[in-house]
Design a protein around this ligand. Structure first.
Ligand SMILES: *Cc1c(COP(=O)(O)O)cnc(C)c1O
Length: 391
């Protein structure tokens, strides 16, 4: 008999009843150190007092009114994002997938309004942009698209890292390029700064809009508010979600005035997108995460975590191969199956997340302490030792 919850996930038998900071607690009191943060979502940890206060204060006043009316919390959050980024305007969504949908619509509408319609969008192997019919077509990965055809047409998928193929794919037919500055699901693969700069130039030469998917790597995860800042370039459109709500479902599409020029009244909408409750939390997240001192701490802790991980790789050469990533978005490439490392970590009450390319991801809350980083390393060390004993 089919489970009452549609079984599209393979779930670990863990049942958390509450959280505090980087800790997740089961009913029997077992405390797990959470280095996954709900897949890069809980940027300020669990039950963060500032976020809880913002949520409960707003919850007691007003949850939802619809976008038929002014929403001051939404305007405040849009102003904060515009102030902190390249963007001139923001549309709020409830998820990364919805942000991808709007980004695609916006790019196509831009060219339609120019009177020279272009529909072709260049994407990359290993990319992940969500699970809608357009987003799976953008990724093209067989495990995501098989059985769901006909796929939304218009995507040209280039081998990640193949510069010649990329140059050939971006033509004056290209409406936009969609890229994650750090591939997340694809295995924590940062795009080198030079490549991002080169891509920006290619887009400028051909007129293609540059859409960055910062759903996973954004919101302070890399030690900058958004990952593309490291390369000193600016996109035309950016997708955001995950960390922006700190655990409350919230996403956004940020755009320049030019890129957004086709999106006039009636061209897009969302019943829930940017509702008062979600934006109250989003504002509380931004107040903390966008602070330069907070981001500097992320960079410092990244260095500490990375150094300790390199040490673990050296100590367990049969288990681990290498460390990669940026900020607090780090991946450890494994020699044994990554799912075995994840399971052995669960046994030490440590949560890590598998990714493609046999990688284990560490995406901790950004406010993790130095002691908690050291404890995570201890537990990963124990997990690796137990795996060595088995091989
Ligand atoms: C998670 C993710 C998405 C999809 O976000 P959902 O909120 O699950 O719809 C899109 N892009 C990237 C890079 C992601 O990591």
């Amino acid at each position: 008999m089919i489970p009452s919850v549609l079984p599209t996930y393979s779930r670990a038998p863990l049942n958390f009843v509450r959280g505090e900071g980087v800790w997740l607690v089961e009913a029997d009191g077992r405390r797990f150190l959470d280095m996954g943060a709900g897949i890069a979502v809980n940027v300020l940890g669990h039950a963060n007092p500032d976020l809880t206060a913002a949520l409960t204060e707003q919850a007691a006043r007003l949850w939802h009114v619809s976008n038929l009316y002014e929403i001051p919390q939404q305007k405040e959050l849009a102003d904060r994002l515009v102030e902190a980024t390249f963007a001139d305007t923001v549309f709020f969504t409830n998820s990364g997938t919805e942000s991808a949908e709007l980004a695609i619509k916006m790019a196509r509408k831009y060219w339609f309004e120019k009177g020279a319609p272009r529909a072709q969008i260049v994407t990359f192997t290993g990319a992940f942009h969500g699970r809608s019919t357009a987003a799976i077509a953008a990724s093209g990965a067989e495990k995501m698209v098989k059985g769901f055809g006909p796929l939304m047409p218009g995507f040209t998928i280039v081998e990640f890292g193949d510069h010649d193929a990329l140059r050939a794919a971006i033509t004056d037919e290209t409406c936009a390029v969609i890229l994650e500055p750090v591939q997340g699901e694809g295995g924590i693969l940062p795009v080198p700064d030079q490549c991002l700069k080169g891509l920006r130039d290619l887009c400028d030469e051909t007129g293609a809009l540059l859409i960055l998917d910062e759903v996973q790597c954004g919101m302070g995860r890399t030690g900058k508010l958004f990952a593309h800042e490291w390369a000193g370039i600016e996109p035309d459109i950016m997708m955001v979600a995950k960390g922006i709500g700190g655990g409350f479902p919230l996403g956004a599409v940020l755009a320049t005035e030019n890129a957004a020029s086709g999106m006039v009244v009636g061209t897009h909408g969302s019943t829930y997108g940017g509702n008062p409750l979600a934006c109250a939390v989003g504002n509380a997240v931004m107040k903390i995460v966008a602070e330069p001192a907070f981001l500097a701490e992320v960079q410092r802790k990244s260095g500490a975590l990375r150094q300790k991980l390199e040490g673990l790789v050296a100590m367990h050469p049969d288990i681990f191969e290498s460390v990669r990533g940026v900020g607090l978005m780090l991946g450890v490439k494994c020699k044994v199956a990554n799912v075995d490392v994840v399971q052995a970590s669960y046994d030490t009450e440590l949560i890590v997340i598998p990714a493609t390319d046999n990688v284990v991801r560490l995406l901790p809350p950004l406010n993790i302490s130095d002691d908690e980083i050291a404890e995570a390393i201890n537990r990963l060390d124990t997990a690796a030792t137990s795996l060595e004993a088995k091989t």
